[in-house]
Design a protein around this ligand. Structure first.
Ligand SMILES: [Zn+2]
Length: 356
């Protein structure tokens, strides 16, 4: 990776590690059940140690964890095979696909995407997402306002999503308009989409048609399905909330790993409610957008509220241990995350996970 642009896409960094880990594990572990176990265990360990891992080393670190897990699995297997070997004589070394190739591939994609960002935008994004500088501080040092900085960050993240997809496809967009089209989709800017005749373009352009689902999936619409509600007040309710969320998600076809991710995020928020607010409620809503399906999790409580939401989203702020996640962890695990809190009234966390 180019040392000048060392960070992976900041918002979803943990979740974006999952496909890489799955590929590494799939290349080496044949049994699908064992594969899922190894991927989930890798994710859990990665999250537990995340505060100590630099943003730009997340992928290699995850691969190292997965390799260690696979190695200890293989060692156990080999021990039992050695005893079997005495009888059958079929001890052959397994082929070992090269992890380095996967690692460099992912790093190159992220590096290329970051390099396409204008320097000023990249700088603000890294300051905010990696160093944790809040929008007010960024605004003060740039003679701007927090609102303007937040809007700029939103545009930069949208651009990064576009550049990530373009870099991943390893081909240049076929027309001069493609990036602007994809950017309008990524931003969810309907006025701009009309101006650019996005629909007309998508009919004519295979490149943009292929990439638009990944960008528009972030914009949700509710379905007619009934919401599922779970009250949360005691420790045992944390498990109930997690199980219910898992059940609703499984019902609309989320995979095992996705279910783990969703259940983990729900647990984190539910524990926060039990610990800090005493009483709250989870609402699960199935979302559809085109042929995409997602799960929306809304957690409301009538607790003391969070005085500084920005800080509560920083790593290491939460005093609650658990898996060491808290709010920042939940935010990383889900595709969309929003938190509104009023001191003395309570907090509402809204999270969405889209089916891959
Ligand atoms: Zn196009």
């Amino acid at each position: 990776m180019n040392a000048a642009h060392p960070a992976p896409p900041p918002e979803d960094s943990i979740v974006e590690v999952v496909p890489v880990v799955r590929r590494v594990v799939a290349a080496r572990v044949v049994d699908p059940a064992v594969r899922d176990d190894v991927v989930q265990e890798t994710l859990a360990r990665l999250m537990a140690s995340r505060s100590r891992v630099e943003q730009d080393t997340l992928v290699p670190y995850a691969i190292a964890i997965a390799r260690n897990l696979i190695a200890s699995l293989a060692e156990r297997e080999q021990r039992s095979r050695r005893s079997a070997h005495l009888l059958t004589d079929t001890d052959q070394p397994e082929p070992r696909p090269d992890d380095e190739v996967l690692r460099h591939e992912e790093a190159a994609i992220v590096g290329a995407a970051m390099a396409r960002l204008p320097a000023a935008e990249r700088e603000i994004l890294l300051a905010h997402e990696v160093e944790g500088t809040d929008t007010a501080t960024l605004a003060a040092s740039r003679g701007s306002t927090p609102g303007a900085i937040a809007a700029q960050l939103n545009r930069t993240r949208s651009r990064l999503r576009v550049e990530y997809l373009v870099a991943q496809s390893a081909t240049d967009p076929p027309t001069d308009r493609c990036r602007a089209i994809l950017m309008a989709l990524s931003l969810g800017d309907r006025r701009r989409q009309r101006e650019l005749d996005v629909h007309g373009h998508l009919l004519a352009c295979d490149f943009c048609a292929a990439h638009s689902p990944a960008l528009t999936a972030r914009r949700a619409r509710r379905t007619e399905q009934e919401d599922v509600r779970v009250p949360v007040g005691r420790d045992s309710d944390v498990v109930a909330a997690r199980q219910k969320g898992r059940e609703v998600a499984a019902g609309v076809g989320f995979t095992g790993t996705e279910l783990t991710v969703i259940a983990t995020a729900i647990s984190e928020i539910a524990r926060n409610i039990v610990k800090f607010a005493k009483r709250g409620e989870f609402t699960y809503t199935v979302l559809t957008d085109g042929d995409r399906t997602g799960l929306q999790v809304v957690a409301r409580d009538s607790g003391p509220g969070i005085p500084d939401v920005q800080r509560a989203l920083e790593d290491g702020y939460s005093t609650y241990r658990g898996l060491g996640l808290g709010l920042p962890g939940a935010r990383r695990l889900m595709d969309e995350f929003d938190i509104v809190s009023t001191v003395g009234e309570g907090t509402t966390v809204t999270m969405i996970k889209w089916r891959a």
